[in-house]
Design a protein around this ligand. Structure first.
Ligand SMILES: Cc1cc2nc3c(=O)[nH]c(=O)nc-3n(C[C@H](O)[C@H](O)[C@H](O)COP(=O)(O)OP(=O)(O)OC[C@H]3O[C@@H](n4cnc5c(N)ncnc54)[C@H](O)[C@@H]3O)c2cc1C
Ligand code: FES
Length: 278
């Protein structure tokens, strides 16, 4: 059993939890994820390791379906049955020069741990974090602390620059081209935003979030096409060369289980007492 040592809400529908999982925290590197299962009837879900502190790992998640809603209801002192990890290939951390990290929505959760690792490797780090509005923006203070410069965008202009993160990224590419860029957020945001760096020939990484089941390369559910080749996001990724990813295929595969997810949400909204995820 894995104990939750702290749990709080960061924004509407976005929650943070610290879990005591020494076997994960001891080996975790930037860019990796864990797979957790709340109880024996629960679904396994992948979540990025967004921070590490001694024996503790941090997760930041948006409530979108049954399991994330159940997770959000857990409090300090509650336990989780399984926490498997760290999984996936770590971020390619080296001395690039200047790096820009772009985060959209809950994708911002992945950035501080990557920013810290890139800083330690001697890079100048510029952060661009964007959300639909001011209330949905997360981790501003933490990003401000770790980045050399932080730019904020909101779709509605309620805070920072009005518009999408792609705007300031384009301006940076035109005026002071960075050496490497990371873009992490919803698939459509990664597709559009990483398209900005392509004409400039700037190395760009995205962290893909296809449906995952086992997280070990065995089931094939997380397959994505990168550079015309089939890759498994759980073991070959989740980070890939943004300019080689087939985003349209990724988005169509993400919608694969929509009917089952809706059925599960309806079933659990009715207050099923089994605690499972079916
Ligand atoms: C490597 C990896 C890291 C991730 N890290 C985070 C994270 O740090 N924070 C976070 O909030 N989410 C993260 N996700 C997405 C997270 O796994 C899903 O939100 C979660 O599995 C949904 O489970 P559910 O039972 O609540 O919803 P479900 O009922 O299973 O699904 C509800 C809706 O959620 C979306 N969804 C389902 N599975 C995924 C998925 N694997 N990726 C993206 N959207 C999905 C779909 O739109 C779906 O219709 C990550 C996914 C991957 C693959
Ligand atoms: S999740 Fe099963 S192969 Fe990647």
């Amino acid at each position: 059993m894995y104990r939750i040592t702290a749990a709080s809400a960061l924004a509407e529908n976005v929650y943070e939890a610290w879990i005591s999982a020494p076997h994960v925290s001891r080996h975790a590197e930037a860019g990796q994820f864990l797979v957790l299962r709340i109880d024996e009837k629960g679904e396994r879900i992948p979540l990025t390791i967004s921070g590490v502190d001694g024996d503790l790992v941090r997760i930041i998640f948006m409530t979108v379906g049954t399991t994330t809603r159940r997770l959000a209801a857990l409090k300090e002192g509650d336990t989780i049955l399984d926490v498997v990890g760290p999984l996936g290939e770590p971020t390619e951390v080296k001395s690039y020069g200047t790096c820009v990290l772009v985060g959209g929505g809950v994708g911002i959760a992945c950035l501080p741990i990557i920013a810290k690792a890139l800083k330690v490797a001697g890079n100048t780090v510029i952060g661009i974090i964007g959300a639909r509005n001011k209330d949905l923006l997360i981790l501003e203070d933490e990003m401000r602390e770790v980045c050399d410069e932080l730019i904020i965008t909101t779709d509605d202009g309620s805070y920072g620059i009005k518009g999408f993160a792609a705007g300031p990224l384009k301006e940076i590419c035109e005026t002071r081209p960075p050496d490497a860029v990371w873009v992490i957020g919803p698939a459509i945001m990664m597709k559009v935003t990483s398209g900005v760096t392509k004409p400039f020939g700037i190395r760009t990484f995205v962290s893909l979030n296809p449906i995952m089941v086992d997280g070990t390369g065995m089931c094939g559910s997380c397959r994505v096409v990168v550079g015309g080749e089939t890759r498994f996001a759980c073991v070959d990724g989740p980070e890939f060369d943004a300019h080689a990813v087939d985003f349209d295929l990724l988005m169509s595969r993400q919608r694969f289980y929509t009917d089952e997810e809706k059925e599960s949400a309806t079933h659990h909204a009715g207050g099923c007492s089994c605690g499972g995820n079916h």
